[in-house]
Design a protein around this ligand. Structure first.
Ligand code: HEC
Ligand code: HEC
Length: 324
């Protein structure tokens, strides 16, 4: 028996050494870099300053960008992010104003397009999961976001406010080496589904555009960005999200399960919750859920129609209660 434990001890010792060596390697290697390799059509992309596209981009930005990138006075100078998972923090969102030194004034449209799709910058560095990637967004919507980024919206005026580059901790480095990789560029043009096809259009709004599923599935680290429906606990809630104070605000189960989800809700209650942040039981819905006021009723009702097709999950989520 003694001999057995001795061998076991040696084996564990060797394993531990391997683990330590691997950890030291990942810690010094950091987040992997990738080849900046957009095809010619992306590299030479020029988004016209078209007013309809800018307006669409501004709407998308309120849904997708401004909450994370707004600094003091609402300008897009970036901010400290106490609402990011504690074991991955600290993190800062960066300056995306027109400033050519501190912001993104010198980025080309193609570089922005490639970055929004994949998270890869011109120098090959890769932005870890805090900055979302948009692999399923329609081409015209990605271009509209770029048209907005270039526009004369005052929140984007050049501003030299700067945060130092993010220094990622070991866990972010580890996950970026083993779990997260840049999504590939779509091989074909992605179009916005026809609005009359409610379910397909609702799926686009919910999964590809607003990323409702990302917050509303079980865990950010167990998601499939290319096939959202393969994410763990798809729309079943319980994702341990944080507010600005760093308090836990678990996401709700918004599958149609009658008891633990929103299967007993009316379409109108859903619309008011999604658009205006109203809890049908009274009071507000708490951050990081935010009122999606720029979504049209048609869009929200399409999401409602789509959610009817998502398999219900039985999962009772403990609601956030603010301290009084
Ligand atoms: C959940 C928060 C979050 C959201 C939402 C978000 N970002 Fe970011 N963004 C970040 C963080 C954090 C970084 C810095 C990542 C890093 O250090 O690599 C970043 C980096 C960037 C950068 C790179 C800046 C640089 O100098 O390298 C650009 C460009 C950008 N975001 C644009 C956008 C746009 C456009 C949207 C909306 C379509 C958006 N972001 C939505 C958090 C967010
Ligand atoms: C940034 C993360 C995040 C995103 C994105 C998000 N939600 Fe939420 N949502 C939450 C959280 C957290 C709650 C719980 C809030 C609370 O308990 O007050 C919630 C609550 C809800 C509720 C209320 C459910 C209930 O039982 O009271 C609905 C409905 C909802 N979200 C729909 C949506 C839809 C539709 C989208 C996409 C258009 C979306 N959410 C996007 C985080 C998010």
């Amino acid at each position: 028996m003694n001999r057995f434990f001795k061998i076991l001890g040696y084996a564990l010792g060797v394993l531990l050494l391997f683990a330590l060596a691997a950890a030291a390697y990942i810690n010094s290697k950091g987040i992997p870099t990738y080849k900046f390799a957009p095809p010619a059509a992306v590299l030479t992309l020029k988004v016209p300053p078209d007013s309809t596209m800018i307006a669409r981009g501004a709407k998308l930005a309120t849904l997708l960008c401004t909450e994370c990138h707004k600094g003091e006075g609402g300008k897009m100078t970036g901010r400290f992010m106490p609402d990011m998972p504690k074991d991955l923090a600290p993190a800062y969102s960066l300056n995306i104003t027109h400033d050519s030194v501190h912001g993104i004034g010198t980025w080309t449209d193609g570089e922005l397009y490639y970055f929004l799709r994949t998270g890869i910058r011109k120098d090959g560095s890769w932005s870890p999961p805090f900055m979302p990637k948009f692999p399923l967004m329609a081409d015209e919507d990605v271009k509209s976001v770029i048209a907005w980024l270039r526009s004369d919206d005052p929140v984007l005026f050049a501003d030299s406010h700067e945060f130092p580059p993010n220094e990622w901790n070991f866990l972010v480095k580890l996950l970026s080496n083993i779990a997260f990789t840049p999504p590939p560029l779509p091989e074909e043009t992605i179009s916005i589904p026809d609005r009359t096809n409610k379910i397909a259009f609702g799926k686009y709004v919910a999964d590809a555009l607003c990323g409702c599923y990302a917050c509303h599935s079980a865990d950010f680290t167990k998601q499939d960005a290319l096939n959202p429906e393969k994410s763990l606990g798809f729309y079943g809630g319980g994702n341990p999200l944080l507010n600005y104070e760093g308090e836990l605000v678990p996401s709700s189960n918004i599958t149609m399960d009658k008891e633990t989800g929103i299967g007993g809700w009316t379409q109108q209650q859903f619309l008011e919750a999604t658009k205006y942040g109203k809890n049908p039981k009274g009071g507000p819905l708490y951050f990081p859920m935010f009122p999606h006021t720029t979504l049209t009723d048609t869009e929200v009702n399409a999401v409602w129609a789509y959610l009817q097709t998502v398999p219900p999950i039985r999962n009772q989520v403990q609601r956030y209660k603010p301290k009084d």
